[in-house]
Design a protein around this ligand. Sequence first.
Ligand code: ASP
Ligand code: MG
Length: 438
Amino acid sequence: MKVLKFGGTSVGSAQRIKDVAKLINERGRNLIVLSAMSGTTNSLVEIGDYLYKKNIDGAKETINILEAKYIKTIDELYSTKEYKEKATEAIKACFNYIRSFSKDIFTMFEEREILAQGELMSTALLNFYLQETGVNSVLLPALDFMRTDKNAEADTQYIREKLTALMQKHPEADLFLTQGYICRNAYGEIDNLQRGGSDLTASIIGAVLDAEEIEIWTDIDGMHNNDPRFVEGTKPVKELHFEEAAELAYFGAKILHPTCVLPAKLNNIPVRLLNTMQPEAPGTLIHNTSESRRIKAVAAKDNITAIKIKSGRMLLAYGFLRKVFEIFETYKTSIDMIATSEVGVSVTIDDERNLQSIVDDLKKFGTVTVDRDMVIICVVGDLEWQNRGFEAKALDALRDIPVRMISYGGSNYNISFLVRKEDKVAALNSLSQHLFND
Ligand code: ASP
Ligand code: MG
């Protein structure tokens, strides 16, 4: 059995829901995890925001606009009166529930109940559609088995027991459907796995069921080996190690968040990124083995600031780095790249909000230089140190570009370069030419 997760855009309209129905139907007896229709969770957040602010009219207006969208979807989706009515009744019930919160006090508990409606509605719509078209789909309510513990982590034992029991009740099912993102917490209250949490739902379910594979269906054809906005002829990466995927996540590469795939990684369940618009394309497979001796992808991150602290006091001293790092901790600013020498250290940050205070404090320890408008270029692949030649290849690609920092050896999967903003496109292109043109 596989777990197939579809994001909001994959179920974003009546036509998309029909396409998803066809796709999952052809793939057999799997468990399908759905997000809310695209835009819905944002609207629900907005409704909650109006209710917090006691702007009841604002809430009502947003509710009406959202409801109209669903009524239109229902009209386009079903062909029989029976299913139009069933779906309308279910959707109306959700909206009336959302409306009921405008009367009383509004806290985060009520907000979470509102946020849960998005996934409840998308799964209801798809489930009715499958049934209308003769598929024996079974909707498993996530609120009946998805639970987090007191540390807000998935209660895997509970989830496994409840979910398998629920599935066993339906031997006749052609396929199973459930809501992503929503759950109950340790106190039994309705809660969620944070924004974008449907990927985590899929990963948790894949892990507890020991699924053959977790498929994450979106509208892009997997993760590309370079940024298609700046480099021509990029190709989807066929396979990546979970660690390589984690390195790329920071770069906003269209990849899954590392914490979302952690349950899959730990339980050794492969995750495949697939494209609903091109279902036969191989996509990107993320797993715990790595095709060795290959560089897989290049990615860039803009708006990086480099800070250099130079000090004679650093030579042979201990505790110097700790003092430097403490300053960043004080200002809750995370450091991304680091390069050190005997008399200095350079770090990068991507959050400049406290730059001035950080620099002021750092001046107590040495001479400080700041370079702004920099870009981190990250090369990901099998960069295990004993393999020869890969670092050289990447460096060679950048021979004509001024490189401010290099970071290598932090993991077996990455080498990062810091360059000026104006050199980014040239760097990305040259790396593609040198690394992927064979
Ligand atoms: N619907 C939720 C969100 O928009 C969860 C998800 O789509 O993964 O954040
Ligand atoms: Mg080496």
